[in-house]
Design a protein around this ligand. Structure first.
Ligand code: G16
Length: 545
């Protein structure tokens, strides 16, 4: 019943910022998925694991991959295999399930916000027993195994029925098909005052939530339709589709442009008071209010400043963590609250130790990620509920809340310019040349911008003291503004170079500039000093958020 299949290594199975992401057809080639899964399962077994959660964001190839993983987990002697009904499980819900039931780890099939389909992207993430993305020590060990693999094990059994809940004994293991929605909704009910939110909504406050044809649809229905009695018109694109309806399930200004247009730019009396969109696997969020887009960095800072208004955070915050490229808006709040603010490399996995050691309560990233110690992942639906809870208590509009925040802490104008699918050798040469230039910039003033410090960011984890180096080129100016750039770790074609621009204005400065106008001097400075566009053979960024 258990087959041993001979295989040879693939040389491109090094996990990136968040698991292994490739074109779907790469995963579909013989043994590709199996090699990676076998390496994960060996890692799980070596660390004493005997239970596993499996689920995904519903994209093309999910079902087939889940069946393969179940059969391989059984063959590798995993005793308890928990499979989400229909295979659908958002990333934060997976994290919660692992933590709540003490499961040894989880495999989440998702390429996050990347498009889905046979000619698009697929991905596989491994989360450890704390519910968070595997740290680098674990992903490096998995990668090492993929380099040395000679065979994998798979049970020769028919496919498992994933469409109905229940428990079945198969070979030496037990397969539990569970409801991927229920536990997560219970957690949200414990953290937020849903009755107060309901009262707000019953009093004419209007809402629009966009699941972008991806994993959050069923969660939004369970919370906003079943518990908060909201009508269907408030929930957009809530049926998960294998190809996300042909869109990028990426909640940002480019890929959720129609929502942005109807709420922010072309707002009218019928525009909702609050809107949010979520990505493929439900961990990212974009927050909008009538006439205002809330940058993810500001969202983190505003949630932190108002956290005690939500029941789950009444006791206050231990600390805040943000990824290095995320704006320093949260630092200002931490300073006023008298709590620490940690700066980590990009990747949610770097927050895990800080959360486990209870050093921080809230975390956030500029890449539309916000979360807390309730799970070990960023969490889109949680962020929307947190905002609604604060709005329900303060009875302010989103715009009033954001502008009031700026008047108190100052405004960190912020924008990210992405240069996508750059030729790998061009991108590498550009990063190398830029790093070499750094020492000559210190103390120099160009275009009126005085450079204070420069580095290629490195991080020492305060808990386990592991060191992560060269995480992005960072130029800090005397006025607190910053230019940062780094290669993305989640792209699947060539290299994406991300340029992060941040300019700080004090509470008494000009708080109402257009963002691109506010950061233009930093763009000019970057072009002058690093010749970025020419070096990358680009004339303009591909995406601006
Ligand atoms: C992943 C990680 C995030 C990271 C983002 C962007 O998000 O979980 O921590 O900020 O990628 O990473 P990069 O700039 O390297 O592309 P997701 O939602 O794609 O899993």
């Amino acid at each position: 019943m258990i087959k041993t299949i001979q295989t040879t290594p693939f040389d491109d199975q090094k996990p990136g910022t968040s698991g292994l992401r490739k074109r779907t057809r790469v995963f579909m080639q013989p043994n590709y998925l199996e090699n990676f899964v076998q390496s994960i399962l060996l890692e799980l077994k070596e660390t004493g694991g005997n239970s596993l959660v499996i689920g995904g964001d519903g994209r093309y190839y999910n079902h087939k991959a889940i069946q393969t993983i179940i059969k391989m987990a059984l063959a590798n002697g995993i005793e308890h295999i928990h499979v989400a009904k229909n295979g659908l499980l958002s990333t934060p819900a997976a994290s919660h399930f692992i933590r709540k039931y003490g499961i040894s780890g989880g495999i989440i099939l998702s390429a996050s916000h990347n498009p889905g389909g046979i000619d698009e992207d697929f991905g596989i993430k491994f989360n450890t027993a704390n519910g968070g993305p595997a740290p680098e020590s674990v992903t490096n060990s998995i990668y090492y195994k993929t380099r040395n693999i000679t065979h994998y094990l798979i049970a020769d059994i028919p496919d498992i029925d994933m469409d109905s809940m229940g428990t079945a004994q198969v070979l030496q293991g037990t397969i539990h098909v569970f409801d991927g929605i229920y536990d997560y909704v219970q957690l949200m009910e414990a953290l937020f005052d849903l009755a107060r939110i309901k009262e707000l909504l019953e009093n004419g406050f209007s809402l629009r939530l966009d699941a972008m044809n991806a994993a959050t649809g069923p969660y939004l229905k369970a919370i906003f339709q079943d518990r908060l009695n909201m009508g269907e018109e408030t929930l957009l694109r809530c049926i998960p589709l294998e190809d996300f309806g042909g869109i990028h399930p990426d909640p940002n200004l480019k890929y959720a442009a129609s929502l942005v247009k109807s709420v922010v730019e072309g707002h009218s009396a019928s525009s909702p008071d609050f809107a949010a969109a979520f990505d493929g696997d439900g961990d990212r969020n974009m927050i909008l209010g009538r006439e205002i887009f809330v940058t993810p960095s500001d969202s983190l800072a505003i949630l932190a400043a108002n956290a005690t208004l939500a029941p789950g955070y009444r006791a206050g915050l231990k600390g805040i963590a943000r990824s290095m490229p995320t704006s320093q808006a949260a630092d200002k709040v931490a300073e006023q609250l008298g709590i620490p603010c940690f700066e980590t490399p990009t990747g949610w996995k770097f927050f895990g130790n800080l959360l486990d050691a209870d050093l921080v309560t809230l975390c956030g990233e500029e890449s539309f990620g916000t979360g807390s110690n309730h799970v070990r992942e960023k969490d889109g639906v949680w962020a929307a509920l947190f905002w609604l809870n604060i709005l329900a208590v303060t009875r302010k509009s989103v715009k009033e809340l954001v502008q009031g925040h700026w008047r108190r802490f100052g405004r960190n104008y912020y924008s990210r310019h992405d240069y996508e699918a750059v030729d790998t050798s061009l991108a590498q040469a550009f990063m190398k040349r830029s790093e070499e230039l750094l020492p000559s910039l210190n103390g120099n003033t160009v275009f009126g911008l005085a450079v204070k410090t420069t580095d290629n960011f490195s991080y020492v984890d305060p808990v386990d003291h592991s060191m992560t180096q060269r995480q992005g080129i960072r130029i800090v100016f005397e006025d607190g503004s910053r230019v940062v750039f780094r290669p993305s770790g989640t792209g699947t074609q060539g290299v994406t170079i991300r340029l992060y621009l941040e300019r700080y204005e004090t509470p008494h400065g000009n708080l109402s500039l257009h963002t691109q106008e506010a950061v233009q001097a930093l763009v000019n400075w970057t072009e002058h000093v690093f010749d970025l566009r020419k070096s990358l053979h680009k004339t303009a960024p591909d995406v601006i958020t």
